[in-house]
Ligand binder design. Structure first.
Ligand SMILES: *Cc1c(COP(=O)(O)O)cnc(C)c1O
Length: 399
């Protein structure tokens, strides 16, 4: 062990603890669901992206088991070296149909889809214009690129501020290509990007648009097809990213767009070129999950019924849900310490929901982030609300 490294690690970890930013994941002792066993006790889980309950759906489990029998457990290699298994190909064709696009390329995660796609589609002659609240994986993808993108150079616009975006586009006319990139649904606030306005500006100023629909996949649009579908913008969003890890319940990410985009990423998308494909059971489980999304409206209806009810219950009890328009429901606290105390007190009341504090969100904008999903019962949400009210009354600090 190198002493210099070890003492640096210890110092950095201590500094995280001092700032209350040190994370220790809890241990889940059961499958994902609305009620789970966690750290040895039963809690209502308001902190999962398993929107539709597909992570433990018997039909999806069975598809994965059958695929193990048929294909084994590993893909063996990177796809262009080892060959693409039929199941991977079938998943991409079905996703392309679902998204109303020419082609889809699957990556092993949404994060790698961002870091594979973004740097591949721009060069040093181009500029990337970003919403200030974009997800960390977008930011990392942007940083890997050779394009201009820096906030200090004026290429990051205030959250959903279309005047600021237009100003960026006007200043960007000297670049060869202009790329606008935004979350479709913002992961910490649960609000929706003004995609029709973004697309209109892009068309006016000769820019192309990439939207990261990680939290819109399975949640917004026809059968959960995402924000382009939600706003009726088929054919006008150049690059759509979807995740297969959240509502679809398994793992993976994909880029949806033109045939040429897919061909280019097969040749220049580094996580595709240099990282092994998903196990075939993942692709088979995803084909089944996608089929359920397209043929059984019940999980999405339950998701939205629970999301609307949960927000209404919170608002009626006097909580501020910060303008959320989707199942992602932040409960405003403000003070960082109060939010962290609230998280611990909720846990003691049998509710698992995390405090989100600076620097993940702005200073003084701490919140408890809650995620109702299709698997919660009315009783789960009633019990969770009681816990929120009780804890707020004890803390006295939440508005
Ligand atoms: C979760 C998330 C990702 C990463 O997706 P994974 O499939 O979990 O890697 C990317 N972008 C956004 C906006 C996300 O919320």
């Amino acid at each position: 062990m190198n002493d210099t490294l070890q003492s640096w690690l210890k110092g950095e970890l201590q500094s995280l603890r001092d700032q209350n930013l040190y994370k220790v994941p809890r241990i889940l002792n059961s499958p994902a669901g609305g009620r789970v066993q966690m750290d040895g006790r039963e809690v209502i889980n308001l902190s999962s992206n398993n929107y539709l309950g597909l992570a433990n759906d018997p039909r999806v489990r069975q598809a994965a088991e059958e695929a193990i029998e048929r294909w084994g457990v590993g893909a063996g290699a990177v796809r262009w070296i080892g060959g693409t298994m039929e199941v991977h190909d079938e998943l991409e064709r079905k996703l392309a149909e679902f998204k109303h696009v020419d082609s889809v390329l699957v990556f092993t995660g949404g994060f790698t889809a961002n870091s594979g796609c973004i740097p591949a589609v721009v060069t040093k002659d181009d500029v990337i214009i970003s919403d200030e609240l974009n997800h960390a994986s977008i930011i990392d993808g942007v940083r890997l690129s050779a394009a201009s993108y820096k906030k200090s150079d004026g290429w990051v616009y205030a959250h959903k501020d279309m005047d600021a975006l237009e100003d960026c586009l006007k200043r960007a006319q000297g670049f060869k290509k202009r790329m606008i990139i935004t979350d479709g649904v913002f992961s910490m606030d649960g609000d929706i990007a003004p995609l029709p306005e973004i697309v209109a500006l892009a068309e006016q100023y000769d820019a192309f648009v990439m939207v990261d629909d990680a939290h819109a996949s399975g949640v917004l649009g026809k059968n959960g097809a995402g924000t382009a579908s939600h706003f009726g913008l088929y054919g006008r969003v150049d690059i759509q990213l979807g995740t297969l890890s959240k509502a679809l319940g398994v793992i993976g990410g994909y880029i949806a767009g033109s045939h040429e985009l897919k061909d280019w990423l097969i040749n220049r998308g580094r996580p595709y070129l240099f990282s092994t494909a998903h196990p075939p059971m993942v692709a088979a489980a995803l084909i089944k999950a996608l089929e359920i999304m397209q043929t059984d409206p019940t999980p999405m209806e339950r998701l939205w019924a629970n999301a609307r009810r949960w927000k209404a219950m919170l608002n009626e009890a006097g909580f501020d849900t910060m303008g959320s328009e989707t199942p992602i429901t932040p409960v405003y606290v403000g003070d960082e310490g109060a939010a962290q105390r609230m998280e611990r007190m909720l846990w003691d009341e049998g509710v698992y929901a995390l405090a989100i504090v600076y620097p993940t969100v702005g200073l003084g904008k701490a919140r408890i982030r809650t995620m109702p999903n299709a698997t919660h019962t009315e009783e789960d949400l009633d019990q969770a609300l009681k816990a929120f009210v009780k804890v707020r009354d004890q803390l006295g600090a939440v508005r």
